[in-house]
Design a protein around this ligand. Structure first.
Ligand code: SF4
Length: 274
């Protein structure tokens, strides 16, 4: 038997993935997707210059996509990718089961499970809840390397964690208004070709910096965007240290109250997806 490492085959599959993820999306000139509003400056550049994908992005997308598909399959594919629309804003919720409680599926490589969900997860699910006018939603996160230790003395385990979000009618209406205003700003910025008319993306999207080393950079960072206050990379590296203090971008009200902040820790009614 001869066993050799075959990089050619690995490259071939990396190319398949790159091709798939870089497929140009058909972007409507009058409609905007929620995912664009979560990273508005990147959406601006993508609309003007086309999709750009780096190898690091492929690695992240591939894992997330695989777990997404698996969880959607076990929950029932008929409930997957539920479309919500509101005044020119479009979204696709990962799962809208018969109980109408939207569920957004996420994959995380964090080694420990945080007390609260990531602010960007909250922004995404609350956008879908507001657009679909549903009062209860869930963020379901698969921590694929939970419990891993630096010294390698403990094997990691997989943990599935769910947070429930409740939004009252007033909060849903407020978020719908914000989404429409953000959509109008993005379309106008593209029309007049002025990136500064839209907000910057969340900082973690600009670059990934680990122990002072730059792991990956947004494909628009260096030549086009040069994001104000985060450029050059040394400035961003200093600022990224403060990320843990950040809150969801659209969250200003009680809707951000999480179990760790004194919010409800139990769901008001038992629920199953099927
Ligand atoms: S550099 Fe940062 S702000 Fe600019 S498009 Fe990329 S992620 Fe968005």
């Amino acid at each position: 038997m001869i066993i050799v490492r075959n990089n050619k085959r690995a490259d071939q599959f990396r190319d398949f993935l790159r091709e798939d993820f870089a497929k140009p999306r058909v972007l409507s000139p009058v409609e905007v997707h929620v995912s664009e509003l979560l990273a508005p400056r990147k959406a601006y550049w993508t609309r003007l210059l086309g999709e750009r994908v780096t190898d690091e992005m492929i690695g992240l997308f591939a894992t997330g996509e695989a777990f997404h598909l698996m969880l959607q399959k076990v929950a029932g594919v008929e409930y997957a990718e539920h479309e919500v629309k509101h005044c020119g804003v479009v979204g696709h919720c990962d799962l809208r089961p018969p109980d109408n409680e939207d569920t957004e599926i996420k994959t995380s490589r964090k080694w420990s499970v945080p007390a609260d969900p990531e602010p960007r997860y909250v922004d995404q699910i609350t956008a879908y809840m507001a657009m679909g006018d549903t009062p209860i939603g869930h963020i379901l996160v698969l921590y694929i390397t939970a419990g891993r230790r630096w010294d390698g003395k403990k094997a990691s385990t997989m943990e599935l964690v769910s947070w429930q979000i409740d939004l009252d009618a007033e909060e849903r209406a407020e978020i719908r208004n914000q989404l429409v205003a953000e959509k109008d700003r993005l379309l106008n910025a593209v029309k007049v070709k002025n990136p500064k008319l839209v907000d910057l993306c969340p900082e973690w999207q600009c670059a990934s910096i680990y122990k002072g080393e730059v792991q990956s950079v947004c494909p628009f960072y260096e030549n086009e965007c040069k994001p104000e206050g985060r450029y050059p990379i040394q400035v961003l590296a200093g600022d990224l240290d403060k990320q843990s203090e950040r809150k969801p971008a659209r969250a200003k009200s009680k809707r951000t109250q999480t179990p760790a902040q004194g919010g409800r820790t139990q769901t008001p009614r038992a629920q199953t997806l099927r």
